[in-house]
Design a protein around this ligand. Sequence first.
Ligand code: SF4
Length: 83
Amino acid sequence: MSRDRLQLDPIACDAHRLCAELLPERIGLDDWGYPLLADGGELPAELVAHARRAAAACPTLALRLRRRPAAREDRRSTTAQQQ
Ligand code: SF4
């Protein structure tokens, strides 16, 4: 999985369904046409570019791509290497 993940603001979403058409691998629809994110929005690295396109196409900005901060161990090992 990548450090990027999809986040959905259900209040802002108007059920346009566009995101599910652009990223059917990770976004399904409920009975009312609202998106359902697979694995809580987690993304495999190979789908990040598609997810970015789907988020950019959302007319209400309800779908966002967020990057998780690096894990603590990563930062510690980077800091240790710099010293
Ligand atoms: S494109 Fe945006 S508004 Fe439309 S269903 Fe997806 S998240 Fe909701």
